[in-house]
Write a protein that binds this ligand. Structure first.
Ligand code: HPA
Length: 247
Protein backbone atom coordinates (compact mmCIF):
# COMPACT_ATOMS: atom_id res chain seq x y z
CA UNK A 1 0.00 0.00 0.00
CA UNK A 2 1.10 3.53 -0.77
CA UNK A 3 1.41 5.98 2.11
CA UNK A 4 1.16 9.73 1.83
CA UNK A 5 2.55 11.92 4.59
CA UNK A 6 0.95 15.33 4.38
CA UNK A 7 2.75 18.44 5.58
CA UNK A 8 1.82 22.09 6.06
CA UNK A 9 -1.14 22.94 3.83
CA UNK A 10 -2.12 19.27 3.53
CA UNK A 11 -3.40 18.18 6.93
CA UNK A 12 -6.18 16.19 5.32
CA UNK A 13 -6.58 14.66 1.91
CA UNK A 14 -10.14 15.40 0.83
CA UNK A 15 -9.63 13.54 -2.47
CA UNK A 16 -9.68 10.26 -0.50
CA UNK A 17 -12.84 8.14 -0.91
CA UNK A 18 -14.51 5.95 1.73
CA UNK A 19 -12.16 6.78 4.52
CA UNK A 20 -11.70 4.92 7.78
CA UNK A 21 -9.51 6.15 10.61
CA UNK A 22 -7.34 4.09 12.88
CA UNK A 23 -5.57 5.24 16.03
CA UNK A 24 -2.44 3.18 16.54
CA UNK A 25 0.44 3.13 18.95
CA UNK A 26 3.99 1.87 18.43
CA UNK A 27 6.96 0.88 20.59
CA UNK A 28 8.13 4.47 19.99
CA UNK A 29 4.92 6.15 21.10
CA UNK A 30 2.02 7.71 19.25
CA UNK A 31 2.12 8.83 15.62
CA UNK A 32 1.20 12.44 14.85
CA UNK A 33 -2.43 11.57 14.08
CA UNK A 34 -4.75 8.64 13.39
CA UNK A 35 -3.97 6.86 10.13
CA UNK A 36 -6.56 7.63 7.48
CA UNK A 37 -7.23 4.78 5.06
CA UNK A 38 -9.06 5.42 1.84
CA UNK A 39 -9.04 5.12 -1.92
CA UNK A 40 -7.35 7.53 -4.24
CA UNK A 41 -7.98 6.98 -7.93
CA UNK A 42 -9.48 3.59 -6.98
CA UNK A 43 -6.32 2.47 -5.16
CA UNK A 44 -5.86 1.86 -1.44
CA UNK A 45 -3.71 4.47 0.26
CA UNK A 46 -3.06 5.51 3.82
CA UNK A 47 -2.64 9.16 4.77
CA UNK A 48 -0.88 10.58 7.81
CA UNK A 49 -0.87 14.25 8.79
CA UNK A 50 2.71 14.90 9.90
CA UNK A 51 1.83 17.88 12.06
CA UNK A 52 -1.20 16.19 13.58
CA UNK A 53 -4.79 17.27 13.59
CA UNK A 54 -5.15 21.07 13.46
CA UNK A 55 -1.42 21.40 12.80
CA UNK A 56 -0.50 21.19 16.48
CA UNK A 57 3.02 19.67 16.27
CA UNK A 58 6.06 21.81 15.43
CA UNK A 59 8.78 20.09 13.36
CA UNK A 60 11.02 19.30 16.35
CA UNK A 61 8.16 17.71 18.33
CA UNK A 62 7.00 15.31 15.63
CA UNK A 63 7.45 11.65 16.57
CA UNK A 64 9.07 10.66 13.29
CA UNK A 65 9.93 7.19 14.55
CA UNK A 66 6.34 6.41 15.53
CA UNK A 67 5.05 7.78 12.21
CA UNK A 68 7.29 5.65 9.99
CA UNK A 69 6.92 2.59 12.23
CA UNK A 70 3.11 2.85 12.18
CA UNK A 71 3.05 2.99 8.38
CA UNK A 72 5.36 -0.01 8.08
CA UNK A 73 3.11 -1.95 10.47
CA UNK A 74 0.23 -1.44 8.02
CA UNK A 75 2.17 -3.09 5.21
CA UNK A 76 3.27 0.13 3.56
CA UNK A 77 6.18 -0.23 1.12
CA UNK A 78 6.20 3.21 -0.51
CA UNK A 79 5.95 6.60 1.16
CA UNK A 80 5.40 9.86 -0.68
CA UNK A 81 6.17 12.71 1.71
CA UNK A 82 4.77 16.14 0.97
CA UNK A 83 6.88 18.96 2.40
CA UNK A 84 6.72 22.70 1.99
CA UNK A 85 10.12 24.34 1.57
CA UNK A 86 11.81 27.64 0.92
CA UNK A 87 13.62 27.93 -2.40
CA UNK A 88 17.35 28.69 -2.34
CA UNK A 89 18.62 27.92 -5.85
CA UNK A 90 17.63 29.85 -8.97
CA UNK A 91 15.64 26.94 -10.50
CA UNK A 92 13.39 26.48 -7.47
CA UNK A 93 11.44 29.70 -7.05
CA UNK A 94 8.15 29.97 -5.18
CA UNK A 95 5.49 27.91 -6.96
CA UNK A 96 7.90 25.15 -7.99
CA UNK A 97 7.25 21.49 -7.19
CA UNK A 98 10.46 19.48 -6.82
CA UNK A 99 11.65 15.93 -6.15
CA UNK A 100 14.93 16.30 -4.22
CA UNK A 101 17.61 13.67 -4.72
CA UNK A 102 19.90 14.61 -1.82
CA UNK A 103 19.60 15.83 1.74
CA UNK A 104 21.77 17.61 4.30
CA UNK A 105 20.79 17.35 7.96
CA UNK A 106 21.13 20.45 10.16
CA UNK A 107 18.63 19.29 12.76
CA UNK A 108 19.62 18.40 16.31
CA UNK A 109 18.16 16.70 19.35
CA UNK A 110 15.60 14.64 17.42
CA UNK A 111 15.15 10.90 17.97
CA UNK A 112 16.64 10.00 14.62
CA UNK A 113 17.31 6.25 14.59
CA UNK A 114 15.72 2.90 15.40
CA UNK A 115 19.21 1.55 16.01
CA UNK A 116 19.99 3.00 19.43
CA UNK A 117 22.45 0.21 20.11
CA UNK A 118 20.63 -0.98 23.24
CA UNK A 119 19.64 -4.35 21.85
CA UNK A 120 22.45 -5.81 19.81
CA UNK A 121 25.41 -4.83 17.67
CA UNK A 122 25.74 -1.37 16.12
CA UNK A 123 23.87 -1.07 12.83
CA UNK A 124 24.66 1.34 10.01
CA UNK A 125 22.63 1.96 6.88
CA UNK A 126 23.91 3.07 3.50
CA UNK A 127 22.57 6.56 2.81
CA UNK A 128 24.58 7.57 -0.27
CA UNK A 129 21.34 8.04 -2.21
CA UNK A 130 18.92 8.97 0.57
CA UNK A 131 15.75 8.94 -1.53
CA UNK A 132 14.25 5.93 -3.30
CA UNK A 133 15.07 6.27 -7.00
CA UNK A 134 12.19 4.03 -8.08
CA UNK A 135 9.64 6.19 -6.31
CA UNK A 136 11.29 9.41 -7.51
CA UNK A 137 10.99 8.17 -11.11
CA UNK A 138 7.39 7.15 -10.49
CA UNK A 139 6.58 10.64 -9.20
CA UNK A 140 8.22 12.23 -12.22
CA UNK A 141 6.21 10.07 -14.63
CA UNK A 142 3.02 10.68 -12.69
CA UNK A 143 3.58 14.43 -12.92
CA UNK A 144 4.13 14.16 -16.66
CA UNK A 145 0.84 12.32 -17.08
CA UNK A 146 -0.89 14.91 -14.90
CA UNK A 147 0.61 17.68 -17.03
CA UNK A 148 2.39 19.15 -13.99
CA UNK A 149 5.95 20.45 -14.24
CA UNK A 150 8.36 19.09 -11.67
CA UNK A 151 11.90 20.12 -10.88
CA UNK A 152 13.73 16.78 -11.01
CA UNK A 153 16.31 16.83 -8.25
CA UNK A 154 17.89 19.18 -5.78
CA UNK A 155 19.46 19.05 -2.36
CA UNK A 156 17.10 19.49 0.57
CA UNK A 157 18.54 21.14 3.68
CA UNK A 158 16.69 20.10 6.84
CA UNK A 159 16.78 22.80 9.53
CA UNK A 160 15.59 22.59 13.10
CA UNK A 161 12.90 25.26 13.14
CA UNK A 162 10.35 26.19 14.13
CA UNK A 163 11.84 29.61 13.42
CA UNK A 164 12.82 30.39 9.86
CA UNK A 165 16.46 30.94 8.98
CA UNK A 166 18.58 34.08 9.04
CA UNK A 167 19.89 35.42 5.72
CA UNK A 168 23.40 34.36 6.73
CA UNK A 169 22.22 30.84 7.49
CA UNK A 170 20.65 30.58 4.04
CA UNK A 171 23.85 31.92 2.46
CA UNK A 172 25.71 29.17 4.27
CA UNK A 173 23.25 26.50 3.12
CA UNK A 174 23.67 27.77 -0.45
CA UNK A 175 27.47 27.45 -0.10
CA UNK A 176 26.93 23.92 1.18
CA UNK A 177 25.08 23.13 -2.04
CA UNK A 178 21.48 23.19 -0.76
CA UNK A 179 18.75 24.05 -3.26
CA UNK A 180 15.81 24.16 -0.88
CA UNK A 181 15.21 24.31 2.85
CA UNK A 182 12.57 22.72 5.07
CA UNK A 183 12.19 21.54 8.66
CA UNK A 184 10.80 18.00 8.46
CA UNK A 185 12.88 16.13 5.87
CA UNK A 186 15.13 14.65 8.55
CA UNK A 187 15.10 12.24 10.22
CA UNK A 188 12.01 11.10 8.28
CA UNK A 189 13.86 9.89 5.18
CA UNK A 190 16.60 8.16 7.19
CA UNK A 191 14.09 6.30 9.34
CA UNK A 192 12.30 5.04 6.24
CA UNK A 193 15.63 3.73 4.96
CA UNK A 194 16.34 2.05 8.30
CA UNK A 195 13.09 0.13 7.94
CA UNK A 196 13.77 -0.70 4.29
CA UNK A 197 10.91 1.42 2.94
CA UNK A 198 10.95 3.28 -0.35
CA UNK A 199 10.59 7.01 0.39
CA UNK A 200 10.52 10.11 -1.82
CA UNK A 201 9.70 13.74 -1.09
CA UNK A 202 7.48 15.96 -3.16
CA UNK A 203 8.72 19.39 -2.13
CA UNK A 204 6.44 22.38 -2.54
CA UNK A 205 8.29 25.68 -2.73
CA UNK A 206 6.15 28.27 -0.96
CA UNK A 207 8.63 31.13 -0.50
CA UNK A 208 12.05 32.37 -1.47
CA UNK A 209 14.43 31.44 1.36
CA UNK A 210 15.42 34.17 3.83
CA UNK A 211 17.51 36.96 2.36
CA UNK A 212 16.92 35.90 -1.26
CA UNK A 213 14.65 37.23 -4.02
CA UNK A 214 11.26 38.41 -2.77
CA UNK A 215 12.40 37.50 0.78
CA UNK A 216 15.41 39.85 0.67
CA UNK A 217 14.20 41.68 3.79
CA UNK A 218 11.65 39.29 5.28
CA UNK A 219 9.57 36.25 4.44
CA UNK A 220 5.91 37.03 3.87
CA UNK A 221 4.47 34.14 5.91
CA UNK A 222 0.75 34.70 5.18
CA UNK A 223 1.62 34.74 1.49
CA UNK A 224 3.60 31.48 1.88
CA UNK A 225 0.58 29.88 3.59
CA UNK A 226 -1.72 31.02 0.81
CA UNK A 227 0.64 29.66 -1.82
CA UNK A 228 0.90 26.33 0.06
CA UNK A 229 -2.89 25.93 -0.02
CA UNK A 230 -2.99 26.90 -3.69
CA UNK A 231 -0.24 24.51 -4.74
CA UNK A 232 -1.83 21.55 -2.97
CA UNK A 233 -4.41 21.17 -5.75
CA UNK A 234 -1.46 20.49 -8.11
CA UNK A 235 0.08 18.14 -5.55
CA UNK A 236 -3.16 16.16 -5.29
CA UNK A 237 -3.34 15.81 -9.09
CA UNK A 238 0.13 14.25 -9.03
CA UNK A 239 -0.77 12.03 -6.09
CA UNK A 240 -3.82 10.73 -7.96
CA UNK A 241 -1.57 9.68 -10.82
CA UNK A 242 1.01 8.10 -8.51
CA UNK A 243 -1.73 6.11 -6.79
CA UNK A 244 -2.95 4.84 -10.16
CA UNK A 245 0.41 3.08 -10.58
CA UNK A 246 -0.39 0.74 -7.67
CA UNK A 247 1.28 0.01 -4.37
N1 HPA B 1 12.68 27.57 5.61
C1 HPA B 1 12.44 26.43 6.29
N2 HPA B 1 11.31 25.74 6.15
C2 HPA B 1 10.38 26.20 5.31
C3 HPA B 1 10.58 27.39 4.58
C4 HPA B 1 11.79 28.10 4.74
O1 HPA B 1 12.02 29.17 4.12
N3 HPA B 1 9.45 27.57 3.84
C5 HPA B 1 8.63 26.53 4.10
N4 HPA B 1 9.18 25.70 4.99
Amino acid sequence: MLAIIGGSGLDRLSALDSTRQMTVSTPYGEPSAPLVFGRLNKRDVVFLARHGENHRLPPHKINYRANIWALREQGVKNIVAIATVGGIAAGVGAGTLAIPHQVIDYTWGRASTYFEGDDGPVKHIDFTQPYCETLRARLLHAAQRAGERLHAGGTYAATQGPRLESAAEIARLARDGADMVGMTGMPEVALARELGLCYATLAVVVNAAAGTGASANAIDLPQAERLARELMTRVVRILEEVAADGD
